[in-house]
Design a binder for this molecule. Structure first.
Ligand code: PLP
Length: 427
């Protein structure tokens, strides 16, 4: 499979190069040249397949022959190593829980898949690859865990000092081995800026890549979730509507590719917090990115979603076509808290703030009696413990995965400016 740059000024390249380089030389995002629908027989008989078999069918055309089938199956087995349960909330709504992985956020799947692809591609290379990643919280933990022990791959995670939760900080600073955490004196945007500067710095001769959802190996495996949900629901005979809590819009964009592969999905709802660049675009057709605003669903505090350009590509930049298959709504923190309470009161279900935004999207869309709505529950409530325990009369039990890191010792290096990162990378 070849990939082209969405800026159209770089040559097409292989899956391998797209993964190793992250972004095209013209700074455009890579996009697959072809998307071939899966057979109707496969879709109709999806419940005859295991999750590993489904994942293999779904991803294989995007990898092509660059990873042998047996190796790809091995990578999938290590990636899809936990459950994705669908929990019914009411008659026509369910929560698709994506948080049962090692760091309890849905990014575990993409991070693990990408780490193993990179390790495979770099196996004969004596030079190590350095993965640079800026995090506002969740990405760092998933990347640290996913890349831990990957041979030939070093990971440098930049996070804003004092601005991530204690659990998140432990997840990204305590693993050791090939994972280094740089604690930046600043906010998330400063971390991101330092990463971008490093990519453009010609004095740094190491091979650098990004483990952000711009990387095709982190983005595409997210298609699996939609197939797993369909496997659980296809006997209901109802049309499926997915609401995806969205920040950088990578997850929902993977859902749209799943639909292109033939998965019968009626409609997508991209649910956001007050960072409403995309909802506004659907209203007036003007894409006006803004600086991000802080909310209680902070993994979605993104003012300029990097994957939206891929969504436009999937709809041939036709806004009318986009509007008929895709809605996007924005919700305030007050509405989010009220909904967490409402879900809890009516069903006993504890939603985290991101899942609650997803649920709100389904309500706003207004499901009819022939439709069934699934919202993606992207993080375990324990990852947003303060908000959940302030809002709901519950005490969240600390799951085993979190218990394991909570008492480990934090190890980080302080970075006050870009020069500190550069010195670190030039060593
Ligand atoms: C990253 C993240 C999101 C947003 O996903 P995108 O693919 O960036 O739209 C939503 N919820 C949680 C908990 C996340 O960590």
């Amino acid at each position: 499979m070849n990939y082209f740059s969405l800026h159209h000024k770089s040559p097409t390249t292989t899956f391998k190069n797209a993964v190793v380089n992250g972004i095209a030389p013209d700074r455009g995002l890579y996009f697959p040249e072809n998307i071939t629908p899966l057979s109707k027989h496969f879709i109709d008989h999806i419940s005859d397949y295991t999750n590993h078999e489904i994942a293999f069918e779904v991803i294989k055309q995007f990898v092509g022959d660059e990873i042998p089938a047996e190796k790809l199956k091995e990578i999938i087995a290590k990636t899809v190593s936990f459950d994705f349960p669908l929990v019914k909330i009411d008659e026509n709504t369910a929560s698709l829980e994506l948080f049962h992985g090692p760091t309890m956020a849905f990014k575990d799947v993409g991070a693990k898949f990408m780490a193993q692809c990179l390790e495979y591609f770099n196996k004969d290379n004596k030079d190590e690859v350095t993965v640079l990643v800026a995090t506002s919280g969740d990405t760092g933990g998933a990347v640290a865990n996913g890349f831990l022990g990957a041979k030939g791959v070093n990971v440098v995670i930049l996070y804003p000092s004092g601005k991530v939760s204690d659990i998140q900080e432990k997840q990204l600073t305590t693993l050791g081995q090939n994972i280094k955490a740089l604690e930046v004196d600043g906010v998330f945007d400063d971390c991101q800026e330092m990463v971008k500067t490093a990519f453009l710095d010609e004095e740094i001769t190491k091979t650098l890549t990004s483990a952000n959802s711009i990387n095709v190996a982190r983005w595409l495996p997210q298609m699996f979730y939609f197939f797993f949900a369909y496997k659980a629901l296809h006997k209901t005979q109802k049309e499926l509507v997915f609401s995806v809590p969205s920040g950088n819009f990578g997850n929902i964009c993977a859902g749209i590719i799943a639909q292109k592969l033939g998965l019968p999905i009626k409609h997508f709802v991209a649910s956001t917090n007050i960072n409403d660049t995309v909802p506004n675009y659907l209203v007036d057709g003007i894409y006006n990115p803004k600086p991000s605003k802080a909310t209680i669903s902070n993994a979605m505090d993104v003012g300029n979603p990097s994957n939206f350009i891929r969504i436009l590509e999937l709809f041939n930049n036709d806004i009318e076509a986009l509007r008929s298959a895709f809605s996007s709504y924005s919700f305030t923190d007050d509405a989010t808290r009220n909904t967490m309470k409402e879900i809890y009161t009516t069903s006993g279900y504890v939603a985290d703030p991101h899942g609650a935004v997803g649920y709100l999207g389904l309500k706003k869309y207004g499901l009819n009696e022939n439709e069934f709505g699934v919202f993606l529950e992207t993080a375990h409530p324990v990852k947003f413990l303060d908000v959940v325990e302030e809002t709901l009369p519950v005490c969240v039990e600390i799951p085993e995965q979190i218990q394991k890191v909570i008492n480990n010792k934090k190890v980080s290096l302080k970075a006050a400016s870009y020069q500190d990162l550069k010195d670190f990378l030039m060593k």
